[in-house]
Design a binder for this molecule. Structure first.
Ligand code: C2E
Ligand code: MG
Ligand code: MG
Length: 417
C-alpha cells in the first residue's frame, strides 16, 4: 500500500500506473488434494515466473495466500499496453510446465486489471477496482482476465444482490411452481404436466428461471432449490391424488448439477420425497437438458440408468439445441425427446427446420422414444406436428403454465367431460 501510494504521489501527469490483482485458480483444492508441500511449490513457481516477467520499475507483492499484486508505472500514452502485459502473465503462468511440480494439472491464474488515473487515484480505490475486475474474471471460469469498467461494478453488484435475495427466497416463501399441460396425440386429452419454477423477489418482481437457475447453478444454491422443487411437486401431486384427480405424469426439470450430486444423490432425494407423499417413481418424469448430458456423460449416464431402473421416466429437454450424438442417446435409458421450441416456431417458414423435426420424430420412433413438441402456438403447427407423427404437445395453444388450483380445475373439467 505504501509503495502504491508513493507511486501515485510521484508519478507526474504524463504517467499512469497499471495494477494487476492476480489470484491462482483452485489453489485451495491443490492444497487439499495434493498437500501443502505441493501447494508451496506452486506458490514458489508462480512467484518465480512472475518475477521473470518483471521490468526494473515493476513491483510485485504477495498479498494473500495465493494472491499477488503487480504494479507497473507506464507512460500515459502507453497504458493500452497494460492489457497486453496482463495477457502475457496469464499465458506464461498457464504454460509454465507444471510449475515445476511434476503435476498433471496445470495451475492457472485469474487476473483483474485497474489503471490510474483512469479508474482511481488513491490506493484504496485502485485496489478495489482491480479486485472487482478479478471477481468478474472468476465468474467466467478459470484462467481469465478482465479490465475494470464501471459497468462491471454495477453488474457485479446486481448479481450479488440477486444472489443474496435468492438465498432467502425459500425461507421467505417466494418460490412457487406453476403447471403447463402436456397434451396427447388427439390434441385434447391431458397426458401430463410440466412443473415450472417461479420466483417473486421481495420487490414483487418476477425473475425468470432463465436468469436465476443459471445463477443458482453458479453459486451451488441449485441443490437447495432443486430439492424444494422435488418436494413441492410431490406435495402437489399428492394433494391432487387425494382430491381424486389423476394425471399421467408430472414432469420436473432437473439441473445437470443435481444429476451429478453425490451424498445425497438425486435418486436418494427423489426416493425420500416419494415416500413422504405416498407416490411411485412412475408418477414422475425427469426432464434433463441435452447439455447436461454432454458435460459429464459418464456420471450422467450412470445416474440416469439408476433412475430408469427405479422406474422414473426420463425426457431430454430442449432437444436439438445441444448437439448430442445419436449414438449417445441410444446408449441411455430415455423415454422421451422434447423437441425445442426453436424448431417448432419455424415449422411453417423453413423447409430445413421441417426436415429436422421430421427426421427427429422418425429417429425417435426407431429408438423407441416418445416425442413431445414444445412451444406449440398455432393450429397450423399442431396440425403439421400431428401429421409428422409427434406423440405429445405443449405450448400456449394448448394451455399456458398456470397455478395449481387452476390446473386442478382443468383436470376436474376434463375428467367430467
Ligand atoms: P423448459 O423446461 O424448456 O420449459 C419450457 C419453457 O417454455 C417455459 O418457460 C414455458 O413457460 C415456455 N413455454 C411453454 N409454452 C410456450 C409457448 O407456446 N410459447 C413460448 N414462447 N414459450 C412457451 P419458463 O417457465 O420461463 O422456463 C424456462 C426454463 O427454465 C425451462 O425451460 C427450464 O429449463 C428452466 N426451469 C424452469 N423451472 C425449473 C426448475 O424447477 N428447475 C430447473 N432446473 N430448471 C427450471
Ligand atoms: Mg422442461
Ligand atoms: Mg424445453
Amino acid at each position: 500500500m505504501r509503495q502504491l501510494a508513493r507511486l501515485l504521489r510521484t508519478s507526474g501527469k504524463e504517467h499512469s500506473i497499471a495494477l494487476i490483482n492476480l489470484d491462482l485458480d483452485n489453489f485451495q483444492s491443490i492444497n487439499n488434494s495434493l498437500g501443502h508441500e505441493i501447494g508451496n511449490q506452486v506458490l514458489q513457481a508462480s512467484g518465480t515466473c512472475l518475477r521473470h516477467l518483471m521490468r526494473p520499475d515493476d513491483w510485485l507483492a504477495r498479498v494473500g495466500s495465493d494472491e499477488f499484486i503487480l504494479l507497473r508505472p507506464m507512460a500515459m500514452a502507453d497504458r493500452g499496453q497494460a492489457l497486453q502485459w496482463a495477457e502475457d502473465i496469464r499465458r506464461t503462468l498457464g504454460n509454465t510446465p507444471g510449475m515445476d511440480t511434476g503435476l498433471a494439472v496445470q495451475p492457472s491464474a485469474s487476473l483483474g486489471v485497474a489503471l490510474a488515473p483512469d479508474h482511481g487515484q488513491d490506493p484504496d480505490t485502485l485496489l478495489r477496482c482491480a479486485n472487482t475486475a478479478l471477481m468478474e474474471a472468476k465468474q467466467h471460469g478459470k484462467n481469465q482476465l478482465r479490465v475494470y469498467s464501471p459497468e462491471i461494478s454495477l453488474q457485479l453488484r446486481e448479481r450479488l444482490e440477486l444472489e443474496l435475495s435468492l438465498a432467502r427466497a425459500i425461507d421467505r416463501e417466494q418460490l412457487r411452481l406453476i403447471y403447463q399441460p402436456q397434451i396427447d396425440r388427439s390434441g385434447s386429452r391431458i397426458a401430463g404436466a410440466e412443473a415450472l419454477l417461479r420466483w417473486r423477489d421481495q420487490s414483487g418482481r418476477t425473475v425468470s428461471p432463465n436468469v436465476f437457475i443459471p445463477l443458482a447453478e453458479r453459486t451451488g444454491q441449485i441443490h437447495t432449490i432443486g430439492l424444494w422443487v422435488i418436494e413441492e411437486a410431490c406435495r402437489q401431486l399428492h394433494t391432487w391424488h387425494r382430491q381424486g384427480l389423476r394425471l399421467g405424469k408430472l414432469a420436473i426439470n432437473i439441473s445437470a448439477l443435481q444429476l451429478g450430486a453425490e451424498h445425497p444423490s438425486l435418486s436418494e432425494l427423489l426416493a425420500g420425497a416419494l415416500q413422504s407423499y405416498d407416490l411411485a417413481p412412475e408418477n414422475l418424469e425427469l426432464e434433463i437438458t441435452e447439455t447436461a448430458l454432454l458435460n459429464d456423460p459418464g456420471r450422467a449416464g450412470e445416474q440416469l440408468r439408476q433412475l430408469a431402473d427405479s422406474g422414473f421416466s426420463l425426457a431430454i429437454d430442449d432437444f436439438g439445441t445441444g448437439y448430442s450424438s445419436l449414438a449417445m442417446l441410444h446408449s441411455l435409458p430415455l423415454d422421451k425427446l422434447k423437441i425445442d421450441r426453436f424448431f417448432v416456431d419455424r415449422l411453417g417458414n423453413d423447409d430445413a427446420d421441417l426436415a429436422i423435426v421430421k427426421a427427429t420424430i422418425v429417429m425417435a420412433k426407431e429408438l423407441g422414444l416418445m416425442t413431445l413438441a414444445e412451444g406449440v402456438e398455432t393450429r397450423e403447427q399442431l396440425r403439421m406436428l400431428q401429421n409428422l407423427g409427434c406423440d405429445q404437445f405443449q405450448g400456449h395453444l394448448l394451455g399456458r403454465p398456470m397455478g395449481a388450483d387452476a390446473f386442478g380445475s382443468l383436470l376436474r373439467g376434463t375428467a367430467a367431460a
